[in-house]
Design a protein around this ligand. Structure first.
Ligand code: G3H
Ligand code: 13P
Ligand code: ZN
Length: 287
């Protein structure tokens, strides 16, 4: 099955009322786990790498691993840059074979975010690469945004309309109460705001920081226009816990394959569970 632009999957997800899982990878085992889980669920999938992952593994390595896995895959897959922060990073990833990029200009004032995103869209369009942008600030769980700060950080529906119109972006990451990392309590999502954003823009919306968000809340967000759901922390946790279990059971184990093999299995299980929640099981033949 082909390597596809993310927009090809997102369009189907939007019309079908489901969401594609976008899973972060940092190493070979996680790349393989993402593809295997998607195949076992017959689901289209997005394999994404952050700038941190690219720094850790090297762009050429991560791109080659992803391409190799995809060339053998029986489901459609997009390779996506997660939270790209510069035009240069985006161009390097496009040259590396990514079919989708996120330009995260959310820390800039609106006009600068628009200008940067427009520049990326112009280049990406020319080579059929999809672009995701972010409006509002999706922080880390450690940021601990107070109730009074929520309005200042969350995506403004009116601004979202202007942003999408001015940039021509394919999908939009929204700040509605999720955060990256492990939540201390239960996250409270602003569904009313999501509804207003959805009314203001007609493109697929993206939910970041989705690990630890209860399945019902994720489903509700999907029903309100979220078509891509990002998961990293839940994979990291299941992967590392499985490694720890092996090493605790046998502290003398020195074969990395005996440690990483069960970790890969644990990642497959968590990714399959997410895919089922997102409603993308069985959707591969539609792309
Ligand atoms: O959005 C953040 C992702 O979980 C990637 O995290 O920058 O540590 O690779 P990272
Ligand atoms: P979590 O690590 O909270 O799942 O967030 C992932 C994410 O949003 C990647 O962009
Ligand atoms: Zn994110």
């Amino acid at each position: 099955m082909p390597l596809v632009p993310a927009a090809a999957i997102l369009r189907r997800a939007q019309s079908g009322g489901w969401a594609v899982g976008a899973f972060n990878c940092n190493n070979m085992e996680i790349v393989q786990a993402i593809i295997r889980a998607a195949e076992e669920e017959s689901a289209p999938v997005i394999l994404q790498a952050s700038q941190g992952a690219i720094k850790y593994a090297g762009l050429d390595f991560i791109a080659a691993m992803a391409r190799t896995a995809i060339s053998q895959a029986r489901v459609p897959v997009a390779i996506h840059l997660d939270h790209g922060t510069s035009f240069e990073q985006v161009v390097r990833c496009i040259r590396g074979g990514f079919t989708s990029v996120m330009i995260d200009g959310s820390h800039h004032p609106l006009a600068e975010n628009i200008a940067l995103t427009r520049r990326v869209v112009e280049v990406a369009r020319a080579v059929d690469v999809s672009v995701e942008a972010e409006l509002g600030r999706i922080g880390g769980t450690e940021d601990d945004i107070s109730v009074s700060e929520r309005d200042a950080f969350f995506t403004d529906p009116e601004e979202a309309g202007l942003f999408v119109e001015s940039t021509g972006v394919d999908s939009l990451a929204v700040a509605i109460g999720t955060a990256h990392g492990r939540y201390r309590g239960e996250p409270r999502l602003d569904f009313e705001r999501l509804e207003h954003i959805r009314k203001a823009v007609n493109i697929p919306l993206v939910l970041h920081g989705s690990s630890g968000v209860p399945a019902d809340a994720v489903r509700r967000a999907i029903a309100l226009g979220v078509c891509k759901v990002n998961i990293d922390t839940d994979i990291r946790q299941s992967f590392t816990e499985a490694m720890r279990r092996v090493l605790e059971a046998d502290p003398g184990e020195i074969d990395p394959r005996k440690v990483l093999g069960p970790a890969r299995e644990a990642a497959v299980a968590v990714i399959r569970e997410k895919i089922r929640i997102f409603g993308s099981s069985g959707k591969a033949p539609e792309i």
